[in-house]
Design a protein around this ligand. Structure first.
Ligand SMILES: Cc1cc2nc3c(=O)[nH]c(=O)nc-3n(C[C@H](O)[C@H](O)[C@H](O)COP(=O)(O)O)c2cc1C
Length: 226
């Protein structure tokens, strides 16, 4: 398919993306923001549970509060929007499982038997006693993180292909972010994603490890031939 003027191919965005240091203070087109958010919401998740939640911060006052909770990083106030990527470890107990079943049926996807089987598996995975009934216990944080990051990363690439610049951030204090944005205590704040138009030139590419250090063939440590 021909590429739309102003849009980049994913392969180009992957080559050209840098973590943006500073943004022009310009608003983001709401149609683009919608595309970016919706792309993330199509990300895959275990049992289609979608435990992610996103707070989109655009108001000046909220940005200010968020910046104060994020080690005073100026790009939070400069960016057109900051997506606060969160995960709700209790969502499955509080209606998400029913909703997954409802939309699955609506799409002709699940039958009653499969839905019940999934329900039991999810309850055992997320609600079981760690080590006894298959529950994952404290590693629920890891479980949440892997889901929220795949959705958030999808949003980052969509923003980049639409011609925006982005900055992912882990430099924040979770408790303070919760207070700043009225996020419930049980919800995990996983990452921030600033989106906007870069101010000035990008910082230089800092390079990456050669794949011989990070990619193995078939088993750990075995060199991969390309
Ligand atoms: C999960 C994550 C958290 C990050 N947190 C911050 C941050 O809080 N502040 C910041 O300035 N950069 C942050 N970065 C950006 C990294 O410093 C940057 O990606 C890295 O130096 C490589 O540069 P590049 O992305 O431009 O290639 C973060 C990146 C990732 C993926």
């Amino acid at each position: 398919m021909a590429k739309v003027a102003g849009e980049k191919l994913l392969s180009e965005a992957v080559q050209e993306r840098r973590a943006t240091r500073s943004f022009e203070q310009v608003p983001i087109h709401s149609a683009d923001l919608k595309k970016i958010l919706e792309s993330g919401l199509t990300a895959p998740s275990a049992y289609n549970l979608q435990p992610w939640r996103f707070v989109v911060v655009r108001e000046r006052e909220h940005k200010k509060r968020l910046r104060a909770a994020a080690f005073n990083q100026a790009k939070i106030e400069e960016a057109s929007a900051v997506i606060v990527a969160c995960g709700d470890p209790q969502g499955w107990k509080e209606g998400d499982l029913d909703e997954v079943a409802r939309i699955g049926k609506q799409h002709g996807f699940d039958n009653e038997q499969k839905i019940e089987k999934n329900r039991l598996e999810v309850a055992s995975l997320l609600g079981g006693t760690p080590g006894k009934t298959g529950g994952i216990g404290p590693s629920v944080a890891v479980w949440i993180n892997r889901h929220v990051m795949i959705a958030c990363t999808t949003m980052m690439w969509t923003a980049e292909t639409l011609g925006y610049d982005t900055a992912p951030m882990e430099g924040f204090e979770e408790d303070k972010v919760r207070v700043a944005l009225n996020i419930p205590e049980h919800v995990r704040v996983v990452a921030l994603l600033a989106i906007g138009r870069r101010k000035g030139p990008d910082k230089p590419f800092a390079g990456r490890f050669p794949s011989s250090r990070t990619v193995f063939a078939d088993e750990w440590g075995k060199g991969m031939e390309f």
